[in-house]
Design a protein around this ligand. Structure first.
Ligand code: FAD
Length: 518
């Protein structure tokens, strides 16, 4: 039996845990990541992430590496059961306001591989595989005892941590340990998920194809140079076993693969998933937090499940680093659930809505879709809404100071704009607070921001940041290390009084690398 002490234990080395650990490491926080498996989970799952999540990956130092394994998506096509196009929403593949393409396709195991390799570059983090966490006990002395079993030797160990991040997925032990339960948001559908590798040319449009058919709802998309994903809703009594044989599977995908010989289609896997919508009723008990699938589950219709976990990690890591270094008061940790829970819930609701609109309603639903879908582009602004990667603003909290009755930038994300010197906003700010101002600051204001560990960004007329402030009638905004606006207003002196002192060690941080997308 061994016992060591560490600042943070992260339970689970999926995308959420790896992101949280890397962000903490960038602030020099000591961290142990425990996972029951020795290497990544090899089955493909997530295939889409948006530009906000890409931006987080770039902050981790993975901009170029993600560019090399991802594929910008060209939009969404709604098709009927005969694959006739009902509506098409094309998006450009240029960089959006976060500095990256707005929709990106990839293979989750490949992403996890680069996340793991990147984490290994940080000296303050240890990733321990074959470590099955068996218990979390909150001890009186402000510590949590994390018990785990080495799956190879069978030995039992424990680590004492100041904080524990439960990033242990849908069947989370951390969730059970804090007495949280999953609230059922009333959605359950069984789907067949098929991944195929082929070097043959499917010659299909390179966006997501959504088959709007209640009898056999389906989704098709290209997710990489040689990788294609299909998802088919299973009928009552059907299981994945009915489609494991090539001969049984082929008729399902043949409308897309057409004349390509079956031998040229390598089945990566055929699996069955039950898509659910669930939200934990509490995300924290004292020193234990829930993040990612441990806290929320969504049907994947808008490709936001993993993204939500990465948003959780991004929201919490800098707050925790601030508390651990004594730079921020412990109560800032309360803002994690206040901000993240309604946001995750809103995206789950949207995913349910999209899934229902595309797949439910029987033959009548099909008739309505056939009549309505071709006219959707006539509704002003709808195309932008369907394609937009914007997600809701964060709720008011001690770290999102928004007036109740007036629209404000607070809670929204600051664009990752190109600055006067050619760098992007995130490169300059590098995990600190920023004060963005269109008014020239005085020497005293500059000193004050610097003394609080922040960085001042002057938005000159004609620049993207200047336009961004002006659209909301603001002259200045305080931007948190996660890119969210804390407060915005017209008076820089008044505003900078709300700038927290955030003096944490960024010595261990690597600057974000710009991706090579043109
Ligand atoms: C078919 C499908 C398609 C999807 N498509 C998308 C998409 O396009 N976009 C998107 O954003 N999301 C998508 N998702 C969702 C996405 O895959 C998940 O949300 C994501 O994997 C959650 O990451 P996580 O790190 O929170 O949890 P997980 O990936 O589940 O990782 C949890 C980790 O914790 C470890 N663990 C668990 N218990 C213990 C324990 N007791 N001790 C030690 N270790 C433990 C596990 O081994 C695992 O490594 C999809 C999911 C599916 C199934």
């Amino acid at each position: 039996m061994s016992a060591e002490a560490v600042q943070v234990v992260v339970v689970g080395a999926g995308p959420t845990g790896l992101t949280a650990a890397t962000l903490l490491a960038q602030y020099g926080v000591e961290c142990v990541v425990l996972d029951r498996w020795d290497s990544i989970y090899p089955q493909p799952r997530a295939v889409h992430l948006d530009d906000e999540i890409y931006r987080v990956l770039a902050r981790l130092g993975l901009g170029d590496e993600f560019a090399a394994i991802s594929w910008p998506c060209h939009g969404l096509r709604l098709v009927d059961r005969d694959l006739r196009v009902l509506a098409e929403f094309r998006r450009g593949t240029d960089r959006g306001r976060h500095g990256y393409p707005e929709a990106n396709m990839f293979d989750q195991p490949e992403l996890e591989r680069i996340l793991r390799a990147n984490l290994a570059r940080h000296a303050t983090v240890t990733l321990r595989g074959n470590a099955e966490v068996t218990g979390l006990t909150q001890e009186g002395a402000g510590r949590v005892r994390v018990s785990f079993t080495d799956r190879v030797t069978g030995e039992h160990h424990s680590i004492r941590a100041e904080y524990v991040l439960g990033c242990d997925g849908a069947n989370s032990l951390a969730r059970a340990s804090i007495g949280a339960t999953l609230r059922d948001l009333k959605f359950e559908q069984r789907w067949l998920v098929v991944d195929i590798d082929t070097h043959a040319d499917l010659a299909e449009w390179e966006g997501v194809h959504q088959v709007c058919d209640p009898v056999r709802a389906a989704t098709y998309m290209r997710v990489g140079r040689a990788r294609y994903r299909w998802e088919f809703r299973l009928g009552p009594g059907e299981t994945a076993n009915d489609y494991r044989e090539r001969a049984c599977l082929h008729p399902l995908i043949e409308p897309w693969t057409k004349g390509i010989p079956v031998e040229e289609l390598e089945i990566v896997r055929v699996a069955q998933y039950t898509f659910r919508a669930q939200l934990a009723d509490r995300w924290r008990d004292r020193r234990v937090f829930l993040l990612g699938d441990a806290a929320h589950l969504t049907p994947p219709f808008i490709g936001q499940g993993m993204g939500a976990g990465i948003r959780d990690a991004t929201n919490l890591a800098w707050k925790l680093a601030g508390v651990l270094t004594g730079s921020l008061p412990e109560r800032v940790l309360d803002t994690y659930e206040i901000e993240r829970r309604p946001h995750a819930h809103a995206l789950i609701r949207l995913a349910k809505l999209v899934g229902t609109a595309m797949t439910e309603g029987g033959e009548l639903g099909n008739l309505i879709r056939a009549a309505v879908a071709p006219r959707l582009h006539l509704l002003p602004g709808l195309k932008d809404q369907i394609l937009s990667s914007r997600t809701p603003v964060l709720c008011r909290s001690d770290l999102v100071m928004r007036p109740r009755l007036r629209r404000s930038l607070a809670g929204s994300l600051c664009p990752n704009a190109v600055l006067d010197d050619g760098r992007r906003f995130d490169e300059l700010v590098a995990g600190r607070f920023a004060v963005v101002t269109s008014a020239e600051p005085s020497a005293a204001q500059r000193t004050e921001v610097e003394q609080r560990g922040g960085v001042l960004v002057v938005a000159h007329p004609g620049t993207e940041l200047h336009r961004w402030l002006r659209r909301r009638r603001a002259h200045a905004a305080i931007v948190r290390p996660d890119g969210t606006v804390l407060r915005a207003g017209r008076d820089l002196s008044h505003l900078s009084a709300a700038l927290p002192s955030f003096r944490v060690n960024r010595g261990n941080a690597r600057p974000p690398m710009p991706a090579r997308h043109s």
